[in-house]
Design a protein around this ligand. Structure first.
Ligand SMILES: CC(C)(COP(=O)(O)OP(=O)(O)OC[C@H]1O[C@@H](n2cnc3c(N)ncnc32)[C@H](O)[C@@H]1OP(=O)(O)O)[C@@H](O)C(=O)NCCC(=O)NCCS
Length: 148
């Protein structure tokens, strides 16, 4: 399974698949088509595919001045979860951050999202704060960072 995963730059033609993944993965705070189109232009936006089928995505933000990349979103189609696709996407993000000479990666994660927190912790991310009521439903975000 792992060897078949391909990570590549997201394109306009991926948006329908990405929107489906978004709907299946998130109950609130979803990105819509317009936001994804904007992110295609303004972020590091990659998809994971298996045999040509898009089954996950990752979005990273940065400015020239920022010392860290920001992991803005990551999601894997529910039918493909638990097969190391998320791990591949995180590996890719870490390599990208290093190649851009960033000092690390920051992110926000819903404090109850144990699957994502486990993935991040497993990759060396640690907690450094909380953003209260960060999500539309009032849930708090835990702040996590990984420093190289
Ligand atoms: C978080 C997410 C991207 C992980 O992707 P994935 O492809 O399933 O993850 P992997 O198979 O690479 O798993 C890597 C590690 O993540 C953790 N993990 C993944 N799924 C998990 C689950 N259901 N329960 C607990 N830990 C889990 C584990 O630590 C796992 O390591 P292990 O297999 O050695 O136990 C995926 O669950 C997802 O899309 N969730 C919905 C969207 C979301 O919450 N995104 C994060 C927003 S901050």
């Amino acid at each position: 399974m792992n060897t078949q995963v391909n990570i590549r730059k997201a394109e306009k033609t991926d948006i329908d698949d990405i929107l489906l993944i978004e709907t299946l993965c998130f109950e609130t705070d979803r990105f819509n088509r317009r936001q994804f189109m904007y992110l295609l232009l303004k972020s590091y936006f990659f998809v994971a595919e298996i045999k040509g089928k898009t089954i996950g995505y990752i979005i990273l933000l940065h400015t020239k001045r920022s010392k860290n990349l920001r992991l803005y979103s990551i999601a894997v189609h529910p039918e493909a979860q638990g097969k190391q696709i998320g791990q591949h996407l995180i590996d890719y993000a870490i390599q990208l951050a290093k190649s851009l000479n960033k000092q690390g990666i920051n992110l926000e994660v819903r404090e109850t999202n144990q699957a994502a927190i486990n993935l991040y912790k497993r990759n060396g991310f640690s907690f450094f704060g909380i953003k209260p009521a960060y999500y539309a439903d009032g849930a708090h975000a835990s702040l996590m960072k990984y420093s190289f």
